[in-house]
Ligand binder design. Structure first.
Ligand code: HEM
Length: 458
């Protein structure tokens, strides 16, 4: 049996805390099993793996033994409550069944495409058109895409439009509260000494007080929307909140459920799009091929759900970009009982088991010598057909019974934006040095993605 290397040194963790992603990736690629064990003061023993067989075992084969577990749900519990993202067992499966049913409804897909069409044509494109008219305008595309995603996910989840994409206004308080709640919750888990936050919460001081204020604001805002929907008898809206209320769940469960959807569906798509647009600015030949594909797809004007399903080159660009820059860089479960992973790593009850999307996208064994290169053509077979890879080798949307519920919706949204934007505009980055990838609950580009916008010559 191979024993994975163990890092039991708080000092190395502290020294490498600013480059944890690359440090873990290096350690994993040096490990024969692509698995390492980490010991951190006060935290459970943690197994980090980039081994697809282990990932399949954790996420599917022995799913029941690897719930998210209390140490995880505790970190996010104040923010996400009992929403789908943050619960296990029966509470999770009831919400999952209900939400899966709604996500497979044609009416939800049509509703999403309609929201996208309005948001793109009446807000996103005018902002880019305006920037293209004036060379002095520098747009932070990361911020634009985040605001776009928040408007979209609020309309889809709550049936409410927060008008974030009006750049002349500061972001609405709900957005600031969401930012604060996700950032502070993520920081709870990232501190070198584990669980210091519990003391701060007990005394209601520092960031813990800010978190409490942010969560109170989010709750008040969503409770208001629920009340007004109920006054109008749910209004038969196409949004998720109306659908969940219609299913007869308790108000608090519905509130927490939609918070999970807002959290899950917001910064993920904007992060993926930001990194793709940046990569394309350094790979103009690839960009040209993507433009050719979208020009054919849009030849008759609008973009239908079926047109969007067809755009495989854009899909390959998105997958390739998320391979290198996954919006969720790692994800952890906690073992319910002792176990042994397929590579022989022993797991003890209560251990944290983390599969590491960022590292997996950069393993030579999985992607070859050119693993650091942006090459969308690796997603096609020799006949030119799109070649999906095992979700356990490419778990950017997780995999197995808890696979991302919004995966299809995310691709629709991202393809819609890429097609609408690339066809008309190109971006010229202000900085020439590579941006820094920062992992929080969702990864982002440090300092934003600042660009000048130019109209694309037809
Ligand atoms: C590029 C975009 C996206 C990526 C990379 C992504 C990735 C993921 C990942 C890694 C998870 C597992 C996280 C965990 O269990 O801790 C997840 C779960 C989830 N995602 Fe996504 N996601 C994306 C977009 C979306 C969108 C647009 C929605 C909804 C509208 C969504 C809804 C969800 C939900 C509800 C879950 C929880 C599923 C469950 O626990 O059963 N996601 N996603």
């Amino acid at each position: 049996m191979l024993t994975p290397p163990s890092i039991s040194c708080l000092v190395s963790f502290y020294k490498n805390r600013h480059r944890l992603l690359n440090w873990y990736t290096e350690l994993l690629s040096q490990s024969k099993t692509q698995t390492i064990t980490v010991h951190r003061l006060g935290a459970p023993r943690t197994i980090v793996t980039a081994n697809p067989e282990n990932v399949e075992y954790i996420l599917k084969t022995n799913f029941a033994n690897f719930p998210k577990g209390k140490p995880f749900t505790e970190l996010l519990g104040d923010f996400l409550g009992v929403g789908i993202f943050n619960v296990d067992g029966d509470m999770w499966s009831t919400q999952r069944k209900l939400a899966s049913h709604e996500f497979s409804a044609k009416s939800l897909r049509e509703f999403v495409v309609k929201v996208l069409e309005d948001e793109v044509e009446t807000r996103l494109i005018p902002i880019l058109e305006n920037a293209a008219l004036n060379d002095n305008i520098i747009l932070d595309m990361q911020e634009v895409l985040r605001r776009f995603a928040f408007d979209t996910i609020c309309q889809v989840s709550l049936g409410m439009d927060p008008f974030c994409l009006d750049l002349s206004r500061p972001p609405p308080p709900l957005v600031a509260a969401f930012d604060a709640a996700s950032e502070i919750s993520a920081m709870r888990g990232a501190a070198p000494v584990y669980a210091v936050w519990k003391f701060k919460r007990a005394f209601d001081v520092g960031l813990e007080k800010d978190l409490k204020d942010a969560v109170n604001l989010i709750h008040a805002c969503i409770d208001d929307i629920i009340r007004s929907k109920k006054d109008k008898n749910c209004g038969g809206g196409g949004d998720l909140l109306s659908r969940f209320l219609g299913a007869g769940l308790e108000d608090q469960t519905v509130r927490d459920m939609v918070i999970s959807f807002l959290m899950a569906g917001r910064d993920t798509t904007s992060a993926a799009l930001t990194w793709l647009f940046w990569l394309l600015t350094g790979h103009r030949e690839i960009e040209k091929q993507a433009v050719e594909e979208v020009t054919v797809a849009i030849k008759d004007g609008g973009l239908s759900f079926d047109d969007l399903k067809e755009m495989n080159y854009v899909k390959a660009c998105l997958c390739e970009s998320m391979r290198l820059y996954p919006p969720v860089v790692w994800d952890s479960k906690h073992a319910a009982n002792d176990d042994v992973l397929p590579d022989g790593t022993p797991v003890y009850r209560g251990n944290r088991v983390t599969y590491f999307q960022y590292g997996m996208g950069r393993m030579e064994d999985l992607w070859g010598k050119d693993r650091f290169e942006f090459r969308p053509d690796r997603w096609f077979d020799e006949n030119g057909a799109f070649k999906p890879v095992s979700p356990y080798k490419f778990p950017v949307f997780q995999a197995g019974p808890r696979v991302c519920l919004g995966k299809e919706m995310a691709f629709i949204q991202m393809k819609y934006v890429v097609a609408s934007v690339l066809r008309r505009f190109e971006f010229l980055p202000v900085r020439s040095d590579p941006p820094v990838f920062v992992p929080l609950l969702t990864a982002y580009m440090a300092g934003g993605f600042n660009v000048r916008v130019r109209r694309r010559e037809q």
